[in-house]
Design a protein around this ligand. Structure first.
Ligand code: AHG
Ligand code: MN
Ligand code: MN
Length: 334
C-alpha cells in the first residue's frame, strides 16, 4: 500500500518551490483548504438544511441572482482570509467592491486573493457539481497599509498560486504555484485532502467540446464555423465528431477536460459583447492551471493571462483546454 500524502504535508514539502518562500503562502493554502472543507460540508448537506437551497433574494453587482449558498460560501472564505493574517484584502465575484482588511495582522499580510466562492450556482438546487475558484497575488501596496485597487488589478501572469475546489462526486482541490498542477481528493472519513492526482497534464488534444450552444446564433460566424467543421457530425457521417458535454459549472467542465482532454468555449455574443466569464475570479486562475498542465487559455485571439485588467468585474471571452483544440478554434476566428 502506498503512503498517503495529505495536502498539508505536500504543501510543507514543497515550501521551497514557492516564490519568496517564507511560509505565508503555505499557511494561506492551508487556510483555503480548511475553508473548502467547511463549504464542502455545507454543500453535501444543503438539501437537509434550512436556508441553504434557493435564491437569497438579492442580485449581485453583475445583475445575477445570488443563491443562498453563494453567500454562505463567500462568508466562509472571507472569514478565513480575514482572520488568517496572510491576506491584506480580497475581491469576490459576489461583492460590489474589493475589501481591505483593516486589522493589525491583516494589514501586514503579503497577499490578496480574488475568488469565485461558488461557481455553477444554477446547479446548486439540482444536485449537480459546483465549485470554488481562487487566485492569489502578492500585494503591490506597502505592507502595513490598506490593500488598494492596484493590488487587485494585476495581470494573470503575476499570479503566485491559483486553484479550484470541485464539489463533485467527490470533493477535490486542484492547485498550482507555478510548478505544475496537483490534485487532492477529500477523504471524508479522515477529513483530509489527500494527493490523488499528482502532476496533472492536460492531453494535447481530445474529443470533448463544451459550449452553451443555445448561444450559437448570437456568436460571430467563426464560432459557428468551428463547431460545424470540427465538433459536429456531418450529414454523410464521414468524420468522427467530438462529443458535446456541457455541465454549466465552469469548474466541472474544466476539470473533466483537464483529465480527458477537451475544449471549453464561452465566446462573446451579441448580447454579452465581452463574454460572460469573469477575468479575475474565473478565467485567470483556470488559465494558470491550464497552462501549467500543458493546455492553453485565450480570448480566442490573445492569451488570457496577459490582459491588463481595468476593473474588478471585467468579463472576457474564454477558450480553454487542450492545446491543439484551442488552436483549431482560434484558427476559425478572423
Ligand atoms: P457563477 O455560478 O459563478 O455565476 O458562474 C456561472 C458560469 C460558469 O460556471 C458556467 O460555465 C457558465 O456561467 C454558465 O453560463 P450559461 O448558463 O450562460 O451557459
Ligand atoms: Mn463562476
Ligand atoms: Mn459564482
Amino acid at each position: 500500500m502506498s503512503k498517503v500524502i495529505t495536502l498539508h504535508e505536500f504543501i510543507m514539502d514543497r515550501q521551497e518551490d514557492f516564490p519568496f518562500a517564507s511560509g505565508e503562502l503555505s499557511r494561506l493554502l492551508n487556510d483555503i483548504a480548511i475553508a473548502a472543507k467547511i463549504v464542502s460540508k455545507d454543500v453535501r448537506r444543503a438539501g437537509l438544511l434550512e436556508n441553504f437551497l434557493g435564491a437569497e433574494g438579492n442580485t449581485n453587482i453583475q445583475g445575477e441572482e445570488q443563491q443562498k449558498l453563494d453567500v454562505i460560501a463567500d462568508k466562509q472564505f472571507i472569514n478565513m482570509f480575514k482572520t488568517g493574517g496572510e491576506v491584506c484584502g480580497i475581491a469576490s465575484e459576489e461583492n460590489d467592491d474589493f475589501m481591505a482588511f483593516d486589522n493589525e495582522i491583516s494589514r501586514e499580510g503579503k497577499y490578496v486573493v480574488l475568488f469565485d466562492p461558488l461557481d455553477g450556482s444554477s446547479n446548486i438546487d439540482v444536485n449537480v457539481s459546483i465549485g470554488s475558484i481562487f487566485s492569489v497575488y502578492r500585494r503591490k501596496s506597502e505592507s502595513g497599509t490598506l490593500a488598494n485597487l492596484e493590488d487587485m488589478l494585476q495581470k494573470g501572469t503575476d499570479q503566485v498560486a491559483a486553484g479550484y475546489v470541485l464539489y463533485g462526486s467527490s470533493t477535490m482541490l486542484v492547485y498550482t504555484t507555478g510548478n505544475g498542477v496537483n490534485g487532492f481528493t477529500l477523504d471524508p472519513f479522515i477529513g483530509e485532502f489527500c494527493l490523488s492526482h499528482p502532476d496533472m497534464k492536460m492531453p494535447e488534444t481530445g474529443r470533448i467540446y463544451a459550449m452553451n450552444e443555445g448561444n450559437i446564433n448570437i456568436c460571430e460566424d467563426g464560432i459557428k464555423e468551428y463547431i460545424q467543421t470540427y465538433c459536429q457530425q456531418t450529414l454523410e457521417g464521414h468524420k468522427r465528431p467530438y462529443s458535446g458535454r456541457y455541465i454549466g459549472s465552469l469548474v466541472a467542465d474544466f476539470h473533466r477536460n483537464l483529465i480527458k482532454g477537451g475544449i471549453y468555449i464561452y465566446p462573446d455574443t451579441s448580447t454579452d459583447p465581452e463574454g460572460k466569464l469573469r477575468l479575475l475570479y474565473e478565467c485567470n486562475p483556470l488559465a494558470f492551471i491550464a497552462e501549467q498542465a500543458g493546455g492553453i487559455a485565450t480570448t480566442g485571439r490573445k492569451r488570457v493571462m496577459e490582459i491588463v485588467p481595468d476593473r474588478l468585474h471585467q468579463r472576457v471571452p474564454f477558450f480553454v483546454g487542450s492545446k491543439k483544440m484551442v488552436e483549431e478554434a482560434m484558427s476559425c476566428l478572423k
